[in-house]
Design a binder for this molecule. Structure first.
Ligand SMILES: [Zn+2]
Length: 368
């Protein structure tokens, strides 16, 4: 009998402890996974062969060129050279999630909303037709064999990158800062040929096999800034750039719903585009005022996190930037008013205060 009382007490204690532990674990948040996406690799291999795109350099490029040498004049490679818009670091690579069901690769039919404003420069029909040729390239060249042969290498990059996330406590730090749940799973795609990093907060069902996710393209070139990169085997070990990349790009995940819920206040500040030529220039380049402000807030928070982690000095963290022109002053406001133990429940509770303080710094001038 004694034993049963003890066992019951133990069980109750265990249950209570478990329940106490649950809310803190359950609050945040959707999973973060790191991967090398076959669709992205396929497109970038074609772009490398076409000699018309900027790509990051490493020994991987030589392996690609060697392996695919017989297909340098494949219709997909020739089509890449003739696209109506130059291939950039993010476009049309950002649409590579339209390829799915690897190894039996398929191509989804993209809709206008997947183009994220780029349709002005490259019509949807053109992208879709080009991607069909890329799918044919995958079949003709047996791309799947190349991908499988490199799977151990891809796996080691994923492991190194995940180890860096843990070692630098990047996810815990950003979670603790925003104190908001991540509603969507996050996919960090390692792009060894990619020259730029970017985030897509909403893939809007770009393919039928994919639940919506927040996608971050991690560019190898931005992690490894060295002259001898072409002669080096690519690695995804943590560098000083990893924190910049993860904190900035993941910041957009937390900010997307905050911006959606505070759109009227954000729109009221759009007069800045009319009175500040730099804001006008960058807002136009970045798909409008709201997106541009989002970039500045994501970077301001990144600066604050680096300052608090001791990897930036105060002067560096609060300095402005050629593109993120408001990030320094936003960082100063955030650092001053949004301390970990401050009165705000989370970053969203503070966000309207931040916008008001920012507006005070930039009053609307008359006649604008
Ligand atoms: Zn950004």
């Amino acid at each position: 009998m004694r034993f049963f009382q003890f066992a019951a007490r133990f069980l109750l204690c265990f249950l209570l402890c478990f329940l106490a532990w649950l809310p803190s674990r359950a609050q945040p948040t959707a999973a973060v996974r790191v991967l090398v996406h076959p669709g992205t690799e396929l497109l970038q291999i074609i772009h490398l062969l076409s000699d018309t795109a900027q790509v990051a350099e490493s020994t991987y490029n030589a392996e690609v060129v060697r392996h695919f040498a017989p297909y340098r004049r494949h219709p997909a490679v020739l089509a890449a050279r003739r696209l109506s818009r130059a291939i950039s670091c993010d476009y049309p690579v950002r649409l590579s999630w339209a390829f799915y069901d690897f190894p039996d690769l398929k191509l989804a039919t993209m809709r206008p909303e997947h183009l994220d404003g780029y349709e002005q420069e490259m019509p949807l029909a053109e992208v879709q037709a080009y991607f069909r040729q890329c799918l044919q390239f995958a079949r003709d060249t047996r791309f799947v064999e190349f991908y499988h042969a490199h799977a151990p290498q891809y796996g080691s990059w994923v492991q190194e990158f995940e180890a860096g996330l843990k070692q630098q406590k990047l996810l815990e730090t950003i979670d603790r800062f925003y104190r908001l749940p991540r509603h969507r799973p996050v996919a960090l795609t390692l792009g060894v040929l990619n020259c730029g990093s970017y985030a897509m907060s909403d893939l809007r069902g770009i393919n039928p096999a994919l639940p919506n996710q927040h996608t971050v393209l991690v560019s190898y070139r931005q992690l490894v800034l060295s002259q001898d990169a072409p002669a080096k085997a690519p690695r995804f070990r943590p560098t000083a750039q990893t924190a910049q990349l993860v904190w900035h790009e993941l910041g957009h995940t937390y900010l997307a719903p905050v911006f959606a819920r505070h759109q009227p206040e954000i729109n009221r500040l759009a007069y800045l585009v009319r009175q500040d030529p730099r804001a006008k220039q960058w807002a136009a380049a970045r798909g409008g005022w709201s997106n541009f402000l989002n970039e500045n807030v994501a970077q301001a928070v990144t600066n604050v996190l680096k300052l608090r982690a001791g990897t930036l000095t105060q002067a560096e963290a609060l300095a402005s930037d050629d593109f993120y022109i408001y990030s320094g002053e936003l960082a100063a406001l955030i650092e001053h008013h949004y301390k970990p133990a401050a009165r705000y429940k989370n970053f969203e509770a503070y966000f309207p205060v931040l916008l008001r303080a920012f507006a005070k710094n930039h009053p609307a001038t008359a006649a604008k």
